[in-house]
Design a protein around this ligand. Structure first.
Ligand SMILES: [Zn+2]
Length: 266
């Protein structure tokens, strides 16, 4: 019988020190970030579901850092026995460049799609809004946007939808105005990718309002709801910016200690 088990993996691209200039400077996994900078790792997630190879967010590409390229992501896929041509569907939680610049690259000196066969799913309003502000991100970012806009197989999503079997996308707002939460659920295996609403493990048990959020209060409220839902329904949380064990479940809860975080392999 064909093995139809779903597998999921984090495609770790590296750890970065990110300053107010939004430049991603590569650092060692265990290093501290530079002064006044934030330590962020990057993990697109691959879910293999039968004939579909699905990505939840798409990595940095070569747009945001010195010496970053698409090669790490492609070799990570090879380790999972697939090529970039076999990626069928890419869901983008929100349209900050560190979450989706990997869908195109300039390895050969001009823009090319990294995953030429993939359908790409983005927030419709988010995509429209980005067109009006992308020039501010610089010429390269604007070129990237217009290239994607004309050449990629873009699919536009609104408040809540299930564009392919087992994948549900729900608009949350919070971190960005049109931020979306991505869910995979086939009745047996459940994954939740909440973009930068739950970007790191520290978001689980620390009560905080993040000043970099578009709507910090709302982001906190959504985060609390999602944590409870993940705990009650046994979702594996996929944390895009986590450095170690970016996939985990919330296995227990106590008033005093909060949630128990248990790493999941992948
Ligand atoms: Zn981010």
């Amino acid at each position: 019988m064909k093995n139809s088990k779903v597998t999921a993996a984090a495609l770790y691209e590296g750890t970065f020190s990110v300053g107010v200039d939004y430049k991603f400077n590569k650092i060692e996994r265990n290093s501290q970030p530079h002064k006044g900078s934030l330590k962020l790792s990057i993990n697109p997630f691959l879910i293999k579901n039968g004939a579909r190879n699905i990505l939840f967010d798409a990595g940095l590409g070569d747009l945001l850092g010195d010496g970053t390229s698409i090669n790490r992501l492609i070799s990570n896929l090879q380790e999972q026995s697939i090529s970039e041509y076999e990626v069928t569907d890419i869901f983008i939680s929100h349209l900050h460049l560190d979450h989706f610049a990997g869908i195109a690259h300039r390895e050969n000196g001009y823009w090319e799609l990294t995953f030429p066969s993939a359908e790409i799913y983005v927030s419709e309003n988010g995509w429209k809004q980005l067109s009006s502000i992308i020039e501010k991100e610089g010429e390269d970012a604007a070129d990237f946007y217009h290239f994607i806009d004309s050449k990629a197989n873009l699919n536009f999503l609104n408040d809540e939808s299930e564009p392919i079997p087992n994948v549900r996308v729900k608009k949350s707002g919070g971190h960005s105005e049109h931020h979306q939460v991505l869910f995979f659920d086939n009745g047996r295996q459940k994954y939740m990718m909440a973009g930068d609403v739950i970007g790191r493990k520290i978001a689980i048990n620390r009560n905080f309002i993040a000043k970099f959020d578009f709507d910090p209060q709302k982001s906190k409220a959504i985060r609390d709801d999602l944590k409870l839902m993940a705990y009650q329904n046994k979702y594996t949380i996929m944390a895009y910016h986590e450095t170690d064990h970016p996939m985990f479940i919330l296995s227990d809860y106590s008033e005093r200690e909060g949630y128990t975080i248990k790493p999941v392999a992948g």
